[in-house]
Write a protein that binds this ligand. Structure first.
Ligand SMILES: Nc1ncnc2c1ncn2[C@@H]1O[C@H](COP(=O)(O)OP(=O)(O)OP(=O)(O)O)[C@@H](O)[C@H]1O
Ligand SMILES: [Mg+2]
Length: 407
């Protein structure tokens, strides 16, 4: 991930320094450049390592620590200074701010406060749009109706992204009542979204990763709650905090949204970089796409993130054409996924991802290319006036429509 913040830390208190280090080491958004146990050496450390952020623990000697902040302001104006203290004394905070600190954190450090402070610094350094475009990719997958294939897309997209070594990917099942992402991956999780959302203030990054279930593909899964009644325990704010923490830990987060378009789903869409709206080429689905797009248009910035994915193309000769579908929904179709009933039944029954069960199948390849397009490696398909694919989509050019199958 670009825009990684390089940090140097100084704290003469070994325990506080070690605990901060343990937290930072689990975060994808930071790189620990140097650590130091003496205030008097830190200006040299910063000069030699040139970090983006200097992190100073104040409590061992606040006077000397604040002098250090002032020295850094002179000698390393490019280095943003972040300080931490157990004290919430307004006078100390004011002096720290006047000395030139960018952020003041209270110890023990709450992970979401640290993440928020780092994000603010990142934004100041790189600008809002730049951070958004190069930070963690959050892809929410929604559906125009039940059974349209959104979980299949979410799970297999996540596995495809996780197959690249440089990616770290988490899949969150937000279909709180009936979600089945765990079944698709044949996983038996110890913890669920409820555990993480309710304990978010107490989790550090190591504990967070331990609360997730790791699949053999490298993908981390955070499943829906086990008990139906537990679904009520998650508030939108809990969810925002939990997703914020995951965002700071992974390069990609895929969210399988529910079909309820609840407050929680909307909170996830708010945090998403892309919202994939999966549909099929029948009238009820396309009408829902139109209705959903109208509602999304009422929410600031949401409609622009939506990408329409047509699933199971070729399922039936009676289906509405792509051209007609595009006219009906009044928006471009971002991607088309082929119908492949046999392969999809196999992966479901075996609880394995497409990449493992049928790596060469057109549906697997198409999802792989969708992953590439979303992460900027391939141009998305559009449809030209005749409704045919207008850019290099291997599956469509080579196989479709000859390969079209029916159930
Ligand atoms: N491209 C495809 N070709 C053939 N079958 C598919 C395809 N995509 C999904 N399916 C099948 O459609 C069914 C529903 O898929 P899935 O569970 O992914 O949909 P969903 O939108 O998540 O459903 P729900 O509304 O229950 O959450 C599954 O049996 C799946 O195997
Ligand atoms: Mg589903």
């Amino acid at each position: 991930m670009s825009n990684v913040l390089r940090l140097a830390i100084v704290d003469p208190n070994d325990t506080a320094r070690e605990s901060l280090k343990a937290t930072l080491l689990g975060m994808d958004m930071v790189w620990l450049e140097a650590e130091c146990s003496r205030y008097e050496f830190f200006t040299d450390v910063v000069r030699q390592t040139n970090p983006d952020i200097g992190f100073i623990g104040l409590d061992k000697d606040p006077e000397r620590a604040l002098e250090l902040v002032e020295r850094l302001r002179e000698s390393a104006p490019e280095c943003s200074v972040l300080v931490a203290s157990q004290s919430t004394d307004g006078n100390l905070i004011l002096r720290a701010m006047r000395a030139g600190v960018k952020e003041f954190l209270t110890q023990p450090i709450q992970i979401q406060d640290l993440v928020a402070a780092l994000e603010r610094i990142n934004r100041q350094r790189h600008g809002d749009s730049d951070v958004r475009s190069s930070g963690t990719r959050v892809i929410a997958v929604a559906g125009a109706t039940g059974g349209v294939g959104s979980t299949s897309v979410a799970v297999n997209l996540a596995c495809d992204l996780a197959s690249e070594e440089r990616n770290s990917v988490v899949l969150v099942d937000l279909d709180l009542c009936l979600g089945d992402a765990d079944v698709c991956l044949d996983a038996i999780p110890d913890y669920t979204l409820v555990d993480v959302a309710q304990n978010v203030g107490r989790l550090d990054f190591t504990l967070l990763k331990r609360s997730l279930t790791k699949h053999s593909s490298g993908l981390y899964l955070l499943p829906r709650p086990v008990q139906l009644e537990d679904t009520k325990l998650i508030t939108p704010d809990d969810l925002r905090r939990a997703l914020g923490l995951l965002k700071a830990t992974f390069t990609h987060m895929i969210i399988d949204a529910s079909k309820g378009y609840s407050e929680l789903d909307m909170a996830a869409f708010e945090m998403a970089t892309d919202v994939l709206l999966v549909t099929q080429l029948d009238l009820p689905c396309l009408r829902n796409v139109v209705r959903l797009m109208m509602s999304f248009g009422e929410i600031d910035g949401l409609k622009e993130k939506v990408k329409v994915i047509v699933n199971r193309v070729g399922l039936s000769n009676n289906h509405i054409s792509l051209k007609k579908a595009r006219e009906t929904i009044g928006t471009d179709i971002y991607w088309q996924l082929p119908n492949d009933y046999r392969v999809m039944v196999d992966v479901r029954n075996n609880g394995v991802p497409l990449l493992e069960q049928a790596p060469k199948a057109p549906i697997t390849q198409s999802i792989g290319m969708l992953a590439d397009a979303l992460t900027g490696k391939e141009t998305a398909t559009g449809t030209d006036e005749s409704g045919q694919a207008s850019t290099g989509h291997r599956w469509l050019h080579n196989i479709w429509p000859a390969r079209s199958k029916s159930q």
